[in-house]
Design a binder for this molecule. Structure first.
Ligand SMILES: *[C@@H]1O[C@H](CO)[C@@H](O)[C@H](O)[C@H]1NC(C)=O
Ligand SMILES: *[C@@H]1O[C@H](CO)[C@@H](O)[C@H](O)[C@H]1NC(C)=O
Ligand SMILES: *[C@@H]1O[C@H](CO)[C@@H](O)[C@H](O)[C@H]1NC(C)=O
Ligand SMILES: *[C@@H]1O[C@H](CO)[C@@H](O)[C@H](O)[C@H]1NC(C)=O
Ligand SMILES: *[C@@H]1O[C@H](CO)[C@@H](O)[C@H](O)[C@H]1NC(C)=O
Length: 423
């Protein structure tokens, strides 16, 4: 049944890519594995000029909040921020438009992140302010980047040699447990939601075993959380299970009709922490047709403060060997991490990763294109396909059960009872 729905859409992806790519640039050439670094870098850059590089997670917008309180008058994303205060002093700063161009990035997911500490407080407001600042920040640079909301939009920006900007929400605590908020976020242009950050929500368990927030009533997803997954499928929002517990990820994989995403995760094989993906989830990702986008955070890669580009390669290769080359991508997490691998210090370095992969004869050019972006384009296209299949479903009118948010009931507006209203 699955393959019936997926086949036309796979054809769609191929047609989409064929229609818009491969224009003026010389076709990339697969250099031999023993080619010099210079030759491999040239080959990598030609590859990324021919096919889009899409990164799943960048936390710059939260740094704009922390450093500038969202006041943009003294901020210019077209500057080399390595020379600008306060960015030049921050070990969390790895991103600006010139370096994204140098890194051949053609689509970037900007994270609309809000801290778990705001859960049950003004979290929805903080989230809307982050979406606002992302839009204002990018609006000053429409000569370089535009917000897009579709796979076709990514390919169109790529063809024009520009950067497609997309938005993801991190994490589910910022939804206020509300289906209405989910729909409004989609209308604002958000295209993925990370179900949890480092706290449990009232409907989903996170991977932080010592999270001090109120645990979900059930382990993994609650019944309300299951309805949430159906609603995310229905609206066409990509579901991201980076940061969730393994049990939540398993529940999502059981329920979701659409492929899911891990926007910035590493694998447990090389660093056995809850935050990383275990092998059984990698296996299930295949059936779900989802994607694991590999994080560049040293502490996730090696469980130590130190890592190199080669460690990122190991994580990528492990997803490839467990799930296959169709299910791996890149979600570095720049600007949200303070320790980056040697050789991948900032967003200008992605070609170096591809140059390293070219030393491995088992990586074909076509497979490298899948890793760079075509896998994500496929996932995004299939999520939209599921949305179209569900067009006749009604929007969910479920409300979070009171007993799931007992401890925080006092933070909510109290509606007068219906009887009272009518008397
Ligand atoms: C690369 O390997 C090929 C065959 O394995 C060999 O003919 C060639 O000389 C090598 N090139 C370099 C630069 O070492
Ligand atoms: C932003 O920085 C770029 C590059 O440094 C410069 O060309 C441009 O004039 C600046 N824009 C504004 C509005 O200051
Ligand atoms: C784009 O516009 C900004 C703002 O005016 C400017 O700083 C930047 O140099 C321009 N970039 C390009 C590539 O034209
Ligand atoms: C969680 O808490 C326990 C008990 O306090 C502690 O031993 C453990 O190291 C903590 N784990 C993490 C990942 O912080
Ligand atoms: C690991 O990284 C830290 C800085 O994060 C550095 O001080 C230390 O020398 C590094 N250790 C090794 C073995 O490279």
């Amino acid at each position: 049944m699955k393959s019936c729905r997926l086949w036309p859409c796979t054809v769609g992806v191929v047609a989409l890519v064929a229609a818009v790519c491969c224009s003026a640039n010389p076709l990339p050439v697969r250099v031999p594995p023993n080619a010099s670094l210079k030759e491999r870098l040239e080959s990598a850059k030609a590859l990324l000029a021919d096919s889009p590089l899409i990164d799943g997670h960048n936390d710059l917008p939260w740094n704009v909040r922390k450093f500038l309180h969202n006041k943009l008058h003294s901020f210019n994303l077209s500057d080399d921020l390595r020379n600008e205060k306060p960015w030049r002093k921050s070990i969390f700063s790895h991103t600006d438009l010139p370096r994204l161009k140098k890194g051949h990035v053609s689509a970037q997911f900007w994270s609309a992140y809000v801290p778990c500490e705001s859960q049950f407080l003004n979290t929805v407001q903080l989230l809307l302010e982050q979406i606002d600042v992302i839009k204002r920040m990018l609006a000053a640079h429409t000569n370089v980047t535009t917000i897009v909301t579709t796979p076709a939009g990514i390919m169109e920006e790529f063809r024009r040699g520009r950067i497609a900007s997309l938005m993801g929400v991190e994490g589910g605590h910022a939804l206020g447990s509300s289906m209405g908020v989910v729909r409004a976020l989609y209308d604002l242009g958000v295209r993925y939601i990370t179900l949890t950050h480092k706290c449990h929500t009232p409907w989903a368990e996170c991977s932080e075993i010592n999270s001090t927030s109120p645990p979900a009533n059930a382990k993994g997803l609650t019944p309300y959380g299951e309805v949430m997954i159906q609603e995310l499928n229905r609206v066409g929002m990509i579901i991201d299970v980076s940061h969730t517990s393994r049990r939540t990820a398993k529940d999502v994989l059981r329920i979701s009709k659409a492929p899911i995403l891990l926007s910035h995760s590493a694998v447990r094989k090389y660093c056995d922490i809850e935050r990383n993906v275990p092998d059984d989830i990698l296996n299930k990702i295949v059936e779900n047709r989802g994607i694991v986008m590999i994080s560049f955070f040293n502490n996730f890669l090696t469980c130590t403060d130190n890592a190199t580009l080669k460690d990122v390669v190991k994580h990528i290769n492990h997803v490839r060997s467990m799930a296959g080359v169709d299910h791996v991508g890149i979600g570095a997490g720049y600007d949200g991490i303070n320790r980056t691998p040697q050789g991948l210090e900032d967003v200008s370095k992605y070609p170096d990763l591809f140059a390293e992969l070219l030393t491995d004869p088992t990586w074909s050019l076509q497979d490298l294109k899948k890793l760079a972006g075509l896998n994500f384009i496929r996932v995004f296209t299939e999520v939209e396909e599921v949305k179209h299949q569900l067009l006749n479903e009604k929007p969910s009118e479920e409300i979070i059960p009171i007993h799931d948010i007992d401890a925080h009931w006092h933070c909510r507006y109290k509606f007068a009872s219906l009887d009272h209203d009518m008397s």
